[in-house]
Design a protein around this ligand. Structure first.
Ligand code: RIB
Length: 310
């Protein structure tokens, strides 16, 4: 039976251009063709988990506009249960992100206007959470109004569901939320911001992960791009390398892919290291294609990559 995953979070329309290099302040540079597509960290996680094989219930907020309607069509095409993707009735436009991806490094710069996702009400949170009871895992990021996200995390945890938080875009979190998080998946910048510990080297990453566990998180997974992930948990602590043979063209959304694939794997009952390898394969594959949600890997692709990685 497929794993049941609840994703609570953002839908954002991604407006993307590839540039030979990232511009300097005040500078105009030419870019490759403009592309618009589905994105948002929550929606990307939902698509990644769905394509990895999970049944996904997704709660988000959309503008009552063409971008919002395109999002609904995308959820339907992907087979995501989006009954809690609600339209904003106050005229707030669907969230949008401006993304520049540097050719060569495949790295990016992003600004995001989260639009309707800043206005989740308690009633919307409570309705989605009630429908999500019994899920195998609940997945969150920080692209919605923070009180709503915290409310949803606490409610899912109280209902006995495991929780995963990708703390992006990073922001200050109350101390009492950490014990409600089973899996925390910061990148090294986010781990540093959450702890005040510099993560430029391996010792720093280890110290930051230990500090986040000391705050109460069950398992801390620091994503390190092409190096893989560093994990600190009750049973296993150490590195799990990235999938080999990946040539990235666009790293945007790789963290979302990692979170969605990992949630799927752990909900299916894989052990921690197997789930991390599965997620590293999925995240790596997502960087070999342009875009975010459209770049997410399918189960067949992930399994083929794992097979050739043995
Ligand atoms: O993590 C990548 C996502 O961040 C993009 O899809 C963009 O929408 C921003 O929210």
């Amino acid at each position: 039976m497929a794993a049941r995953i609840f994703v609570f979070g953002s839908y954002i329309a991604d407006m993307m251009m590839r540039t030979p290099r990232l511009p300097r302040r005040g500078e105009t540079i030419f870019a490759g063709p403009f592309q618009i597509g589905p994105g948002g960290k929550g929606s990307n996680q939902a698509v990644a988990a769905r394509r990895a094989g999970a049944d996904v219930l997704f709660a988000t907020r959309l503008g009552d506009d063409e971008l919002g309607r395109a999002a609904r069509r995308m959820f339907e095409a992907e087979g995501i249960d989006a009954r809690f993707a609600v339209f904003d009735r106050d005229g707030v436009a669907t969230g949008a992100a401006l993304i520049m991806v540097e050719e060569g490094s495949a790295e990016n710069m992003i600004t995001v206007a989260i639009g309707p996702c800043a206005h989740f009400t308690d009633a919307e949170v409570d309705a989605a959470v009630a429908a999500a009871r019994g899920s195998d895992i609940a997945v969150f990021q920080l692209e919605t109004n923070l009180p709503a996200t915290l409310r949803a995390i606490r409610a899912m945890r109280d209902a006995g569901t495991r929780t995963l938080l990708n703390p992006a875009p990073v922001q200050e979190l109350p101390d009492d939320i950490f014990p409600a998080i089973d899996f925390l998946t910061p990148n090294e910048t986010e781990a540093a911001a959450l702890t005040g510990i510099a993560t430029a080297d391996e010792a720093g990453v280890r110290a930051a992960a230990a500090a986040l566990r000391a705050k109460g998180c069950g398992t801390v997974i620091v994503t390190l791009g092409a190096k893989g992930v560093y994990v600190a948990s009750a049973g296993f602590t150490g590195m799990v390398p990235a999938a080999p043979g990946i040539v990235p063209v666009d790293t945007t959304g790789a963290g979302d892919s990692f979170a969605g694939c990992f949630a799927c794997a752990i909900a299916e009952g894989m052990d921690l290291v197997a789930a991390l390898r599965f997620a590293n394969a999925g995240a790596g594959l997502s960087t070999t294609r342009i875009g975010t949600a459209p770049a997410m890997a399918t189960r067949a692709e992930i399994e083929a990559r794992l097979e050739s990685w043995r």
